[in-house]
Ligand binder design. Structure first.
Ligand code: KG4
Ligand code: ZN
Length: 357
């Protein structure tokens, strides 16, 4: 039996301190030995968003403990670890720096390679932990900071097909939740409120629905929700607004995904058409079922990470580390934290307020 790589993954780009040990089976399938995530929701909830200094302080307080826990739960020893993979961006620089300093120090003490991981690549590869997934595939990445359609051509090789020109989808969910008086992060709560409401009650705008290819925009939708939310008087109206918002998002994603399918298939001979949805918002069950149905209609295989791997975690960072380790793609210890680090470095910066790439 050959010795399989054992990777320690570390994540601290935003408000989750996370560590994971990951290896693979004789057949080359990933095995997550431990996956510890410590969320800071309680720390930030009164502020309605993540406060960078508080987040960094909490990472500093917890990182040793979380890594120790990940190692002890894995049943493996420190000296068995073959490499340390850590998120180097994109994210909050003060938060990234905590994980990075820890990972580099750890790597140099145990004298093992260090791998700097793009957080978005972690989300992109997260479904590989539980599914057999070959390149190329079409990815819809929907999280608190990003909303993009990407042609995933290979490890580290991405072509952006579309992106939001203003807010990210998770941000739109969180802002809508705040307007409805729901605590941060409100995305999951909107889904729950929506179940009790009438999705046809409010006719909300669908920005750039009929233009801009598979680019996305949610700022106008948020403004419309703001205006309606001001005049809401009953609990039922609140449920109806949540349901109408959820329904509008489904309509936008359905239309834009069809356009992304066409762009992805252009000039390609594909043995199999695969659509992957990842990032925090991929946990939304209504969005999942709508996209699964669309894939059935359009002859695509749909792949989602398990719900617990949709949000930020270190198993997905370890997953990238595992692939990079096998290709001996290591990084020097002076690798910087990169607050902005698009997966497709060649994609142009789209005009618009608060553009996220
Ligand atoms: O990927 P993630 O954990 O962190 C980032 O990298 O941003 O995504 C967090 C986002 C938050 O905006 C959260 O409200 C949203 O994902 N989210 C959801 C759901 N679960 C998490 N949005 C809609 N429906 C959900 N069920
Ligand atoms: Zn994320």
């Amino acid at each position: 039996m050959s010795k399989k790589p054992l990777i320690l993954g570390i994540e601290s780009s935003c408000d989750e301190t996370a560590a994971s040990l990951i290896t693979e089976s004789e057949q080359g399938l990933p095995i997550v030995l431990s996956n510890i995530v410590s969320s800071q929701v309680e720390i930030h909830k009164d502020f309605g968003g993540v406060v960078p200094e508080l987040a960094a302080r909490s990472h500093i307080e917890k990182i040793d403990l979380i890594v120790q826990k990940a190692i002890s739960e894995s049943g493996r020893k420190i000296n068995e670890i073959d490499a340390i993979a850590c998120t180097a961006g994109p994210g909050l620089i003060v938060c990234l720096s905590v994980g990075l300093s820890f990972a580099k120090t750890f790597a140099s003490i145990i004298n093992k390679p260090f791998i700097a991981v793009n957080h978005l690549e972690g989300h992109a590869l997260s479904p590989k932990i539980n599914s057999l997934l070959d390149y190329p595939y079409l990815l819809l990445l929907i999280s608190g900071g990003h909303s993009q359609y990407l042609d995933v051509q290979n490890l580290g090789k991405y072509k952006r097909l579309g992106t939001t020109i203003d807010d990210a989808l998770g941000e739109a969910f969180d802002k809508t939740a705040k307007l409805l008086g729901v605590e941060f992060p409100g995305g999951p709560q909107i889904e729950i409120l929506a179940k009790q409401g009438n999705p046809e009650k409010y006719d909300l705008p669908k920005p750039i629905f009929n233009k801009g290819g598979c680019n996305l925009s949610f700022a106008g939708l948020k403004t419309a929700v703001l205006k309606i939310a001001k005049n809401i008087e009953t609990e039922q109206e609140k449920f109806d607004l949540a349901a109408s918002f959820q329904k509008t998002i489904e309509k936008i994603l359905s239309k834009k995904t069809k356009i992304a399918f066409e762009q992805f298939e252009k000039n390609k001979t594909l043995k199999k058409k695969v659509f992957v949805v990842a990032g925090g918002v991929a946990a939304n069950k209504k969005i999942r079922s709508m996209l699964i149905k669309l894939c059935e209609e359009k002859n695509y295989e749909s792949i989602f990470p398990p719900i617990d791997l949709c949000g930020d975690n270190a198993a997905m960072i370890g997953m990238v580390g595992l692939e990079r380790f096998k290709l001996k793609q290591f990084n020097d210890l002076d690798y910087p934290a990169k607050p902005r680090w698009p997966l497709d470095e060649k994609a142009s910066f789209l005009k618009g307020a608060g553009v996220k790439l």
